[in-house]
Design a binder for this molecule. Structure first.
Ligand code: ADP
Ligand code: MG
Length: 737
């Protein structure tokens, strides 16, 4: 609490600066102090119609003109209640009547006071036609005093800011509030050092806020916003720089041993590592040997071989006398990872068994559905250090599982976790040390998006995929067009006849239960498209319907979903792997990592309900071995509808990088990453991680330099305050360490 007060002390409260109507309008957006208000940018600007001579104007046109008032008359209207005010104006070429229909005498007086004969005004409005007089006129135009000079003309042409509004708030209230604030711009807090602002060629803050709120040209708005964007990026990057600096002060186990398991494992591998796998392996090895916690994001498309890279790092931890944990988002995946690791390691994983290699370690699986006796035994291995590698779900971190000496944590598919793992992990290492963390993700983030979202992680990218994969071709299928549906199931049947297997994924388990609405889509302008679609098909009903389809007669159909017990799930997966099921209808439990090399068809029903990265993950389940894969995105949307076009873009996008951009455009960067960073991301006011790539990179360079020279920011109090505000906005409930 004390910190909170300190943070807001710097900035002038709006209540003391504005009239109550204005400060209330601002408060409805959570804007309560001068600093925040001056950074509350217009949503857009309207550029007035070009100045015209009255001789040129036409009916129906938007016009602006500089004119002189030549006469003013008002009279009570005969036909209806109220007054008619007629103002005649001229620009020297033509004259034009301005007409106002008013209900109150004081309104008449008000206009008369502002429109004395001889006054020079700027009028703006739509040209109308007076049938009675057979002449052009302006009804209820906007007007303001103006000077007929170059400056006056420039002023008349200035873009008008349009602020976000809520009910009952007038645009004029927002404008007058910010214009008042501008008078105090000299007292604004300046988180970015002036030297940095100057070097980057940005206008100083005081000028920038004027350019944003009362610009003279569109170029002004751009220059002013450039400052605000840079400032935002700079504060954000300073957060990352400080976290990095803090990592550099935190001790972590030194994972520097060169063998023996690492060498033995490399010899065992049935394939050669790709150049990328070697390179990233070396980089990781160097980082975890360094005595301070590494936080790395290992990204690479589905099947790019991340697991092997991570396993080699885990073996380095074991070789160094510590343990490694591998965390998966679901039990099914944890089980599969456990199988994969034990298979890859073979005799190296069989410590304590007769056929073990003398240097072997133990790989243990720990899940909630294990029987108590088994679980106790496993826990004992974890606590005693017998298990060099422990595989589980992220419950491993929340439960009080005691590791003998946890040196490295590998997290698979971070977008399921939330990245506050770092904080939670801090003390999990031996004697209060912080273990190293590697997060693996198959949804690669474009570089600058990564800088703006996970800028405190080292991003390592596997670009090539090892050769043997046959790849996947994706198609969009429209449920409403029976011929397409039929062709799809026929194709599935052909693959089954050829000995392959088929996945069918549904958005829910049961159709009798409430259906989650499909997520809305954003069109090109960022406008939401309403999800006008059929309810989602369920696993149970789909399996029954498929059993009836003539194309699939004789196919062995299985089902899998999260409500089956751990044992049942395992059994179904085993049947699938063993080829005893031809077609598996399931929910997304199979989304990530499930490996059935013989599967060649992935059919996603109601595909529009799935996220971009989910669809990419799903299609990555097929075409993994030598058989080419086919993915069908089946939708109840019609051809040409937004949902269908969106799916088509995913079908056409070849690699994860292209998709990551699609995903970003659709959802904003927040969802790409875990909760902690997405908190920071969600509160981004001005930055667009794609558009503002350059500003983000420059701000990063500058912020890291500032934090390096002044880690506690004692010489940069405004920046320190801005960081606190930023963290509080992002995550009000969490106390920062
Ligand atoms: P990811 O986790 O990135 O999706 P995996 O690590 O699961 O990818 O690898 C996908 C498949 O490719 C696995 O069967 C793995 O054994 C295999 N693989 C990994 N690296 C190589 C390589 N260098 N050459 C051939 N196959 C590889
Ligand atoms: Mg994987």
């Amino acid at each position: 609490m004390a910190r909170r007060q300190e943070a807001s002390r710097g900035s002038m409260p709006l209540k003391e600066l504005l009239i109550s109507k204005e400060s209330k309008a601002m408060a409805s957006f959570g804007v309560r102090d001068l600093d925040t208000m001056m950074r509350f940018a217009p949503r857009r600007y309207v550029v007035p119609a070009p100045l015209r001579s009255l001789r040129e104007i036409r009916q129906g046109e938007e016009v602006s003109a500089i004119v002189e008032v030549t006469s003013v008359h008002d009279r009570a209207m005969r036909s209806r209640y109220g007054f008619l005010l007629e103002v005649s104006v001229t620009d020297g070429t033509e004259s034009l009547p301005l007409t106002f229909f008013l209900t109150k005498q004081h309104q008449v007086d008000w206009h008369r006071g502002r429109l004395p004969v001889g006054a020079l005004i700027l009028v703006r409005g739509t040209v109308g036609y007076d049938d009675f007089r057979e002449a052009l006129q302006l009804t209820h135009p906007a007007y303001e005093p103006v000077e007929d000079t170059d400056e006056g003309r420039a002023w008349a042409q200035r873009p008008r800011p349009v602020y976000p509004l809520k009910q009952n708030i007038a645009q004029g209230t927002m404008r007058s509030a910010t214009e008042k604030g501008l008078e105090f711009a000299g007292s604004l807090s300046r988180p970015v050092p002036e030297e940095v602002i100057a070097r980057r060629g940005l206008p100083p803050l005081e000028e920038a806020v004027r350019l944003v709120h009362v610009p003279l040209t569109t170029e002004d708005t751009r220059r002013g916003m450039a400052h605000l964007r840079f400032e935002e990026a700079f504060v954000l990057q300073s957060v990352f720089a400080q976290r990095r600096a803090q990592d550099e002060r935190t001790p972590a186990p030194v994972l520097a041993a060169e063998g023996p398991l690492q060498g033995l494992f490399d010899e065992r591998l049935p394939f050669d590592l790709t150049a990328g796998q070697r390179e990233i392996g070396d980089e990781l090895a160097a980082r975890i040997a360094h005595g301070h916690p590494t936080s790395a994001l290992l990204q690479g498309d589905v099947g790019s071989g991340k697991t092997v890279v991570a396993l080699r790092a885990m073996l380095r931890a074991v070789d160094s006398g510590h343990q490694a944990a591998l965390l998966a988002p679901t039990e099914v995946l944890a089980e599969q990872h456990h199988r994969t690791l034990t298979t890859l390691l073979g005799e190296l994983a069989r410590a304590g068994q007769l056929d073990a290699h003398p240097e072997a370690t133990r790989v243990r699986l720990l899940t909630g559905s294990q029987r108590t006796s088994h679980r106790r035994e496993t826990l004992l291995d974890v606590t005693s250090g017998q298990a060099g590698i422990v595989v589980g779900t992220h419950a491993l971190l929340t439960e009080n599982v005691e590791f003998a000496s946890l040196g490295l944590v590998v997290i698979d598919e971070q977008h399921r976790f939330g990245v506050d793992h770092r904080r939670r992990l801090r003390a999990k290492g031996p004697s209060g040390q912080s273990p190293h963390v590697i997060v693996m993700t198959a949804t690669p983030i474009p570089r600058t998006a990564a800088l703006a979202t996970v800028g405190d992680l080292d991003v390592l990218t596997l670009r090539e995929s090892p050769g043997r994969r046959a790849g996947v071709t994706s198609f969009v299928v429209h449920e409403k067009l029976p011929a397409w549906e039929q062709r799809m199931w026929q194709r599935a049947a052909e693959e089954i006849a050829a000995g392959r297997q088929v996945f069918v994924v549904c958005a829910r388990i049961d159709e009798d239960e409430a259906d989650a609405p499909a997520p809305p889509l954003l069109d090109e302008d960022g406008t939401e498209q309403p999800p006008a679609l059929e309810p989602a098909r369920g696993v149970h009903q789909s399996a029954l319907r498929l059993a009836e389809r003539p194309e699939l007669a004789g196919a062995r159909i299985g089902i899998l979903h999260g409500r089956l017990s751990g044992e049942e799930k395992q059994q179904v997966m085993k049947q699938m792997v063993d080829g005893e099921i031809d077609l598996l209808v399931s929910t997304t439990v199979i989304e990530v990592g499930v490996d059935v090399p013989n599967a060649s068809v992935m059919i996603v029903l109601d595909a529009e309900r799935f996220g971009v990265s989910q669809l990419h993950q799903l299609r990555g389940r097929v075409g993994r071995a030598e058989h080419p894969g086919i993915a069908f995105f089946d939708t109840s949307a019609m051809v040409g509808q937004e949902h269908s076009q969106h799916l088509q873009r995913i079908a056409d996008a070849a690699d994860g990088f292209e998709l990551a951009e699609l995903d970003l455009r659709r959802r904003g960067a927040g969802d790409l990453v875990g909760e902690e960073q997405s908190g920071l991301q969600r509160t981004l006011k001005h930055l667009d991680v794609l558009r503002d790539a350059r500003a983000i990179e420059q701000a990063r360079e500058d912020a890291f330099a500032v934090v390096e020279s002044d880690p506690e920011l004692t010489a940069h109090p405004a920046l320190a305050r801005a960081i606190e505000d930023r963290l509080r906005d992002a995550d009000p409930d969490v106390e920062r360490s």
